[in-house]
Design a binder for this molecule. Sequence first.
Ligand SMILES: O=P(O)(O)OC[C@H]1O[C@H](OP(=O)(O)OP(=O)(O)O)[C@H](O)[C@@H]1O
Ligand SMILES: O=C(O)c1cc(=O)[nH]c(=O)[nH]1
Length: 182
Amino acid sequence: MTDVRAALLQQIKDKAVVHGKVTLSSGLEADYYVDLRRITLDGEAAPLVGQVLLDLTADLEFDAVGGLTMGADPVAASMLHAAAARGRKLDAFVVRKAAKAHGLQRRVEGPDIEGRRVLVVEDTSTTGGSPLTAVEAVREAGAEVVAVATIVDRATGAAEKIEQGAGVPYRYAYDKDELGLD
Ligand SMILES: O=P(O)(O)OC[C@H]1O[C@H](OP(=O)(O)OP(=O)(O)O)[C@H](O)[C@@H]1O
Ligand SMILES: O=C(O)c1cc(=O)[nH]c(=O)[nH]1
């Protein structure tokens, strides 16, 4: 494990894992929550996120990254900045939960992604419903999705839903075993 990957793992364990009954985005009940916003918006941890996800997807070709607001937003921004620090230009985009009713009425905000190869990202995945929504919106905007990548996978069906439902590879930086969760 690289130093950066190990450092981010420790940050997640220290700052994001919350034990106790919780209702998830999908309506499912769970015994723990991984509040990745406490990582992706943390001054020490957030810069590591971009580096770890760039390393995780280093073999893939894409030049824009984003996902369903708001969990995905700081993930994409961290990757953009980490890429810039490595001398690589990487754009970010935000998929709105619904298209804006005023202004340009866009569903996908940021530089145009039509005709481009993009990576859809997430902070954590349970059912995979959020990245699947993002994949559909991004395809509607004319982009090609090369993969979905998330920081933490909860091993509750996201991989199957994304690989079979969207037909794209699914990658994650950490699983629940590595986080000591069960
Ligand atoms: O794999 P899924 O079943 O889709 O669940 C995971 C999603 O749930 C959380 O977001 P939430 O829906 O709470 O909304 P937020 O990003 O607006 O905080 C999280 O950030 C993921 O986006
Ligand atoms: O499924 C979810 O809503 C969810 C699970 C989790 O561990 N963390 C999170 O932010 N959302």
